[in-house]
Design a protein around this ligand. Structure first.
Ligand code: SF4
Ligand code: SF4
Length: 420
């Protein structure tokens, strides 16, 4: 299968050999994990196996695969046209030399990673994609999609930078254009009933993730932050129906744990806010939880932002459904928007709901939108007396010792506050 996808087999083998020991250290060594995590462990161990095989079967039957890098791409339209939508990962330092041959060195690691995965021919998901959908969110990404266009079939959606009426009209027309693009790619017209069914399918996945997230409000939390983050990461590439079923099974078990007072850790509860943590980026959560904290929320795209809002499935016709899709996606409070008052507000609500003792603001190096927006986050948390630790990091392991020292000092400060 790998050969037929045109992968660089040696580089791919090297990548796969890194995952089991890392996974053992970060995940399998955790004590008292819910049994329901077995499915998600399997999904990681099989990350380049079963799901890729499903994509190949889908393609062999004439289906199309669409890859995305951002929450703004309305996957409902891909599903309604009979396609499969995959959130590509970009969470590891891979193919750096190849990426740096076309991009500057000082660009956000997420952008460098997606270019690296493509240029080094290492990701079977990327190589399975018939179309990559980019967006005009941050400057680095939108310019990188121009470069990526030389190596892959790319469609770029114009995401506005404000939420004015004019911006909404522009975005609505982009949603319509995307529908046409997908219809052309798949050769299938999107019907109202197919779109309605796709909306319901994606909403069901969002509901399951929301149920899981809310269970983390319990004290003690019935699941570690690392496990919850992993489930959120897998949501981007697994089959949405199977995934929702497995998350709901996990939640049934977590509800029993909450009832029996079973949970993880006893240290300070932390909400992590900021840049997306794509699989296999577990660095910040691992540092926090191995220092005694429990992460109870991810105010991020791989996290709350992906499932907070649902699409209204009750549109009476195609126009109403497309309106509902445009409106739902425009609610996303990405730092690429200006002004972006919703994000600090959502974060404060989340801290309250999850009974978090403090916030860690996580920025990827060279990410201007999130690093600069940290100013408003800090201002808003300060008003409420919520402690904040600001972290700026990359995908490397070189700064782990330094992060640990800063995290331990922060947790000690919180421990004194909450009497842990
Ligand atoms: S942070 Fe913004 S640009 Fe990045 S994935 Fe999320 S919505 Fe898209
Ligand atoms: S993390 Fe920041 S710089 Fe990187 S792609 Fe997302 S918004 Fe752009």
């Amino acid at each position: 299968m790998w050969e037929s996808l045109g992968l660089d087999l040696d580089a791919h083998d090297r990548l796969l050999s890194v995952i089991p020991p890392l996974y053992q250290d970060v995940y399998l060594n955790q004590k008292n994990r819910p049994k329901g995590m077995e499915y998600f462990d399997f999904a990681v161990m099989e990350i380049h196996g079963l799901r890729v095989q499903e994509l190949q079967e889908h393609k062999a039957n004439g289906g199309k695969v669409v890859g995305t890098f951002c929450l703004y791409v309305p996957e409902e339209l891909v599903l309604a046209a009979g396609g499969i939508c995959i959130g590509l990962c970009a969470g590891a330092d891979v193919g750096t030399a190849e990426a740096e041959s076309v991009l500057p060195k000082n660009i956000c690691p997420l952008i460098k990673s997606f270019m690296g995965f493509k240029m080094a021919k290492i990701c079977p998901y990327f190589e399975s994609c018939d179309l990559i959908v980019g967006e005009t969110t941050c400057d680095g990404k939108k310019k990188a999609f121009e470069v990526l266009g030389d190596f892959a079939n790319v469609h770029v959606m114009e995401v506005p930078q404000t939420k004015s009426e004019a911006a909404r009209a522009l975005w609505r027309s982009e949603v319509e254009k995307f529908k046409e693009k997908i219809e052309k790619l798949t050769g299938n017209a999107v019907t109202e009933s197919d779109l309605m069914a796709a909306v319901k399918k994606v909403n069901a996945r969002r509901r399951a993730l929301k149920r899981l997230a809310k269970l983390r409000s319990a004290d003690p939390s019935p699941i570690s932050g690392k496990d919850a983050l992993l489930v959120e990461q897998i949501s981007f590439y697994d089959d949405p129906v199977r995934f929702a079923e497995k998350v709901n099974e996990l939640c049934d078990e977590l509800e029993e744990r909450v009832g029996a007072g079973i949970g993880v850790g006893g240290g300070p509860r932390i909400a992590v806010s900021g840049c997306p943590m794509a699989i296999p980026n577990w660095k910040m959560h691992h540092v926090l939880e191995s220092s005694g904290a429990v992460v109870v929320a991810e105010e991020a795209c791989i996290g709350e932002r992906s499932f907070r809002d649902a699409v209204d499935p009750n549109g009476s016709d195609m126009n109403a459904l497309l309106d509902a899709i445009a409106d739902r996606y425009l609610k996303i409070d990405c730092a690429c928007f200006t002004p972006n008052a919703e994000r600090p507000e959502h974060l404060r609500e989340l801290v309250k709901e999850r009974k978090a003792d403090g916030v860690v603001h996580y920025s990827l190096q060279f990410c201007d939108p999130y690093t600069v927006e940290c100013y408003s986050i800090e201002k808003s948390l300060k008003r409420e007396g919520i402690p904040l630790l600001k972290i700026e990091t990359d995908y490397g392991q070189q700064d782990v010792g330094q992060l640990q020292t800063r995290v331990e000092a922060f947790l000690e400060r919180l421990g004194d506050r909450v009497g842990v």
